[in-house]
Design a binder for this molecule. Sequence first.
Ligand code: HEC
Ligand code: HEC
Length: 174
Amino acid sequence: MRINRKLLSVILLVGWGLYAPVSLAAGEEFEGLPEGPGREAAYFNCTACHSIQQVTQQGMDREDWNEVLDRMVKSNGMHPMLPWARTMVLNYLVTHYGTDDQDWLGLPPGEGREEVFYTCQACHSLKTVQQQGLSKDSWKETLVWMVEEQGMSEPEPGELKLLLNYLSIYYGIN
Ligand code: HEC
Ligand code: HEC
């Protein structure tokens, strides 16, 4: 059969014209997933088998999201992600579809939470902090030690007070 090239190119053009704007719009929006590192990876990995709503209607903590990712692979036939991609997707899910606490990696709400969150994660995991139960004086010594020996920049007096209060209330000695 002889192909009519002109007709073919018209069909291709019309086809592209119909298809392109739709796919671009959908691609840009990722069906409304909020922007952030891991968005594309989450979108493309998680919509292979079901709608993204299956994911976005959830609010789970890190542990539960972690289990979901395992379950998708073990029981539902999802292709395992590379470790770095998995971490990125997990962080994305926890950040945008987590529970409130989990946005702060388990730090309970209270005055000084933000300061602890941003100051103490610069060099080590928050777990280093959360596994402690210290008196206010010992927390003070720990912070002095962080500054003098470990290179933490010295907090402003107001900030220091917030850090110490928060740490001794939530990670104090009962
Ligand atoms: C290879 C297929 C496949 C892929 C890829 C996949 N899922 Fe699933 N997922 C399933 C199946 C099958 C179900 C169960 C379907 C149902 O209950 O309607 C499911 C259900 C779910 C559920 C709800 C029920 C539950 O088990 O908790 C969540 C949440 C979920 N998936 C999250 C994800 C996330 C996040 C990703 C991307 C990292 C993902 N899925 C990728 C197959 C897949
Ligand atoms: C500039 C880097 C840095 C910052 C910022 C920092 N730390 Fe540390 N921290 C370290 C290092 C390094 C160690 C490990 C030191 C060691 O074990 O020798 C450590 C260890 C600790 C430990 C463990 C002590 C122990 O006995 O095992 C606690 C508790 C701690 N940090 C609390 C904090 C708190 C609270 C903050 C925020 C207010 C903070 N750190 C910020 C560097 C830092």
